[in-house]
Design a protein around this ligand. Structure first.
Ligand code: ADP
Ligand code: MG
Length: 140
């Protein structure tokens, strides 16, 4: 059993598909172990995406991620990190497989509906960045 970190990004929240996105995770074997709705600050978002700080899209990405509220989640299940990435689909919705969250709800490579940790180390860092241990309700 494994935990991963997920964000439902501002474009999906504003489209009112939060329930549909969560259903994609639940139907494919993941369980919500923590969830909160927040409007991220610029500072918090820059720290979260620090690995991308030198990329040309960094400023625009931070602008997008702070443009409206998001849902921060801990998802858990068997092989949760990799399973979540499969359910999400490719970074660019145009290249994502049919039925993935990004294909269904992404607007473009930036407004791609969801974030998911890319490794168990990232998951640990990202969960600790947003959640207290007491806020995560593991069933395993
Ligand atoms: P992923 O979210 O699939 O792990 P990355 O870690 O490479 O992808 O990028 C982080 C986020 O930055 C993406 O989810 C997307 O919102 C944005 N992003 C990535 N590449 C681009 C790009 N070329 N142009 C604009 N935004 C991008
Ligand atoms: Mg990434």
């Amino acid at each position: 059993m494994e935990k991963t970190f997920s964000i439902i990004k501002p474009n999906a929240v504003s489209k009112n598909v939060v329930g549909k996105v969560i259903s994609c995770f639940e139907e494919k074997g993941l369980r919500v172990a923590a969830i909160k709705m927040v409007h991220l600050s610029r500072e918090k978002t820059e720290g979260f995406y620090i690995e991308h700080k030198d990329r040309p899209f960094f400023a625009s990405l931070v602008q997008f991620m702070t443009s409206g509220p998001v849902f921060l989640m801990c998802l858990e299940g068997e092989g949760a990190v990799a399973r979540n990435r499969e359910i999400m689909g490719a970074t660019d919705p145009a290249k994502a497989d049919a039925g993935t969250v990004r294909k269904l709800f992404g607007e473009g490579i930036e407004a791609n509906a969801v974030h998911g940790s890319d490794s168990s180390q990232s998951a640990e860092r990202e969960l600790a960045y947003f959640f207290e241990k007491s806020e995560i309700h593991s069933r395993f």
